[in-house]
Write a protein that binds this ligand. Structure first.
Ligand SMILES: Nc1ncnc2c1ncn2[C@@H]1O[C@H](COP(=O)(O)OP(=O)(O)O)[C@@H](O)[C@H]1O
Ligand SMILES: [Mg+2]
Length: 235
């Protein structure tokens, strides 16, 4: 698949691997226990309560640091309303997940391979008129098993939990879920609502990523912090 010349500013783990933020994503990888392949957690859905919290940024960087560790990784953009992964990686989105599901096209034919060594990206494809229906289909459920046969890790970017019904359903089909919380703006009750919806759908919550934290240092930069599942989502 042809690659456009778009920039990749969103993937700091690739463009600035020595930055504090890239280091934070590697710490996230370690904290999640991905240093060794755990059969029970090879698919990870990244989500959050609302739009703009950093789901797509977290999903792409997590996928990159897993690939950098030598794992074969596929990143799937399941946000069929506001897809971002093609923009983050600067690739075309003429065909993607929607085509796999609606036209039975094989993933290997349309996914973007080796955008980063070991990383394949399946963009959303054209935005369909009925995303909820498509994501609820049996084909999606079987897709995860197929991908896990070919890849070490499947990282899934998703729509916000509280905006649509897609995410809790998706989360129940994926082995582990990461909840992104934007430090400055996500209210505790909203984060708890999102967590409860996921738990109600029988999702396995791996932890919370606190995103866009302003550091108390001379340089103000964004940082990540990982909380274990037992701790409640921070304000
Ligand atoms: N840790 C971060 N530091 C700086 N900017 C960030 C960070 N995480 C996300 N962003 C920016 O915030 C905006 C929304 O992020 P995005 O990942 O698209 O959110 P979502 O997928 O939850 O809607 C984007 O412009 C992205 O570049
Ligand atoms: Mg997004």
């Amino acid at each position: 698949m042809a690659r456009s010349n778009g920039n990749r500013q969103g993937i700091i783990s690739q463009t600035s691997p020595k930055s504090a933020m890239a280091e934070a994503y590697r710490t996230l990888r370690t904290n999640l226990g991905f240093a060794s392949l755990d059969e029970t957690c090879r698919s990870i859905l990244v989500t959050s309560a609302g739009p703009g919290d950093g789901k797509s940024t977290t999903a792409s960087n997590l996928a990159v640091v897993l690939a950098q560790a030598g794992h074969q990784v596929i990143l799937v953009d399941c946000d069929l309303r506001k897809p971002m992964q093609h923009k983050i990686f600067g690739v075309e989105n003429g065909r993607g997940l929607a085509n796999c599901l609606l036209q039975n096209l094989p993933v290997e034919e349309i996914a973007h391979k080796d955008l980063v060594q070991n990383l394949t990206v399946l963009t959303s494809g054209p935005i369909p008129p009925n995303p909820a229906e498509i994501l609820a289909s049996e084909k999606v459920r079987t897709l995860w098993g197929t991908l896990l046969e070919h890849y070490d890790y499947v990282v899934v970017d998703s729509p916000p939990v509280l905006a649509v019904t897609d995410t809790p359903l998706l989360a129940s089909q994926i082995q582990g879920v990461l909840l992104v919380v934007e430090a400055a703006s996500t209210r505790t009750d909203i984060a708890k609502d999102a967590k409860e919806q996921l738990v109600r759908a029988n999702a396995r919550l791996l932890g919370v990523v606190l995103n866009k934290v302003k550091m108390q240092s001379q340089d103000y930069y964004y940082y990540y912090y990982y909380h274990r599942e037992e701790s409640s989502p921070p304000a």
